[in-house]
Design a protein around this ligand. Sequence first.
Ligand code: PGA
Length: 249
Amino acid sequence: MGRKKIIAGNWKMNMTPSEAVKLAETLKPLVNNEKADVVFGVPAIDIVPVAEAVRGTNIELAAQNMYFEEKGAYTGEISPLMLADAGVRYVILGHSERREYFKETNADINKKVLCALAHGLTPIMCCGESLEQREMGVTMDFIRQQIKEGLCEVTAEQAKGMVIAYEPIWAIGTGKTATSEQAEEVCRAIRECICEIYDADTAEAIRIQYGGSVNAGNAAELFAMPDIDGGLVGGASLKEDFGKIVFSA
Ligand code: PGA
């Protein structure tokens, strides 16, 4: 059996709770594709009302971040227990915006990945190179380090259920999508890296998304590539176009 595609919207820091519920109501009838897993990655404050709005549908929720402790004196943070209790299934970890603006390191992300897995949440672990790195020819060296450090102490069984999102930083929010060949090349290399860390079964099972200016026009071609198992979609996930993207899978 092949891998089921997974199309996740990353709403980033957009949508107040009332706007989020409206958007979820608008998208609900447009994303009912049983052939793909459909995920809304919503801001933490929107999780509870959006969970209510999408109850009984095929839509699953993702958080955009999470702390690696269950509870305690960590002012401002959100714990895996809170996410799981609110009905969240996935958590986006190590997005390039969190790495850049909030100085998250591979080691921080690894702690979050391990903690999410321990609480039954599925990490969507992000990786991706900058334009400078691509031009210097160190794309795969950099990504392999992100993957290896991010997956430190994650077992093969756990890795099989995970999602990795390959998001070249130069393609995020820029309208400059990687070509399907460029995206496939890196996604395939990520799968080879997983095979090296674990084994062929794990590499075959793990799902690898592409993200970075995915839209209704380019999604089908990207998702048709053999090692691209769906997308992590920013800007276009806030529009009705997201329905078209979900049905490109
Ligand atoms: P974008 O963002 O689709 O707006 O480029 C993707 C992401 O950052 O996940």
